[in-house]
Design a protein around this ligand. Structure first.
Ligand SMILES: Cc1ncc(COP(=O)(O)O)c(C=O)c1O
Length: 365
């Protein structure tokens, strides 16, 4: 199989002979494409766009397939992810994270020669440094003021701080104030006061946007929300852009939220040992993220699943599967699962049709 592996620079073409072997990460492309289509149908007529968060899979071949229609660019969590996406030909990236390291600022500014680049910010000091670097390089970087709407992670907390930030960005050469960003985090079903939390988050976005508009600043974009708050974000009048990522591959925990998405990724393992009371597969925590619970068996009933580093011990009613049988498990946590693999296999109609590099795997800087 001839593959082009995109490194940040230069692009290296290499020849790989890849044969399938387990444990392997497999994406069902039909389901993935259905999820992407369902997202664009949800957005139709809302005037909003999606900017898929690629931290979910760090895979340019998947990211490219999420673009089109109102989805003009991607969201990234790290400069490394942005570099890989731009090297793969994506021309519009939002770094939805704060930058203070001058070296990373230079890398981001470098990307602005090839792509539309926007970054989140919550402090005037790094904004000033970024401005110097962008102006020196002769590029313009868009800035979204990050508002702490719920997580108490990054972000400014009041309209007064937003106005102060806006004034600094506005007078900074090389920068362009594009609007606001607020990420309310994963609000699973059953989270206490879920609706009230979402309501307060979106009220703060509206209040800060209005303060900017009253002060005469343009607010082109209000970027927010993930998969778990997608339905609320779609009806919110302030949000213009949705940063969801998990929707395209989905996680079992979010299946009960009334979203039109299905799980598209699985870890395929082989039965390597069987006994009267259990059987064992070659899947372990080194190939599947378990932060949101153990993987779910796909297409067969189990009584219990216990994971070690390289083993999954399964108990089930009835006779165990044959030695060498391949079984699929749906990861509870997509992001960490993808970051544990170099490649993702691609299937259509149950047949493996391709194998793509997870090129931004490990690109956490
Ligand atoms: C800032 C930001 N925006 C958007 C998302 C995407 O949310 P989800 O993965 O639930 O779709 C994340 C995920 O962690 C995030 O950190």
């Amino acid at each position: 199989m001839r593959r082009v592996i995109h490194a940040p620079s230069p692009t290296v073409e290499i020849e790989t002979q890849r044969t399938f072997s387990t444990p392997a990460l497999v994406v069902d492309l039909d389901t993935f494409e259905r999820n992407v289509r369902a997202m664009s149908e949800l957005l139709e007529g809302t005037g909003k766009s999606v900017r898929p968060h690629v931290k979910t899979h760090r895979t340019p071949e998947l990211a490219r397939r999420q673009l089109g229609g109102s989805a003009r660019g991607v969201t990234c969590a790290t400069v490394g992810e942005a570099e890989v996406m731009v090297a793969a030909g994506i021309t519009d990236v939002l770094l939805a994270n704060e930058l203070v390291d001058p070296l990373k600022m230079d890398r981001l500014v470098g990307l602005a020669h090839e792509a539309a680049v926007t970054v989140a910010a919550d402090d005037p000091e790094p904004v000033t440094s970024l401005s110097t670097r962008a102006a020196r390089a002769g590029v313009t970087v868009g800035v979204l003021i990050d508002v702490d709407v719920l997580l108490h992670r990054c972000g400014v907390a009041s309209a007064a701080e937003v106005l102060q930030m806006a004034a600094v960005i506005d007078r900074s050469p090389g920068l362009r104030l594009d609007g606001l960003m607020g990420y309310e985090g994963r609000l699973r079903p059953g989270v206490q006061d879920r609706q009230a939390k979402i309501g307060r988050a979106y009220a703060l976005l509206a209040e800060t946007r209005d303060a900017l508009l009253r002060a005469g600043f343009a607010v082109e974009r209000v970027s927010a929300a993930g998969t778990s708050t997608l339905l609320e974000a779609l009806t919110d009048p302030t949000i213009t852009e949705i940063q969801a990522g998990v929707y395209a591959l989905m996680e079992p925990e979010l299946l009960g939220m009334g979203l039109p998405f299905s799980c598209a990724a699985a870890i395929r393992g082989t039965v390597i040992s069987r006994h009267d009371d259990r059987f064992v597969l070659d899947i372990g925590r080194r190939v599947v993220g378990v932060e949101y619970g153990p993987p779910l068996s796909a297409g067969f009933e189990v009584t219990s699943i216990t994971l070690g580093d390289e083993h999954t011990i399964v108990t089930a009613e009835g006779p165990p599967p044959a030695l060498g049988a391949e079984l699929d498990f749906i990861p509870g946590q997509i992001r960490t699962t993808f970051n544990l693999h170099d490649h993702v296999w691609v299937s259509r109609g149950g047949e493996l049709i391709d194998c793509w590099p997870i090129s931004a795997r490990g690109s956490s800087q």
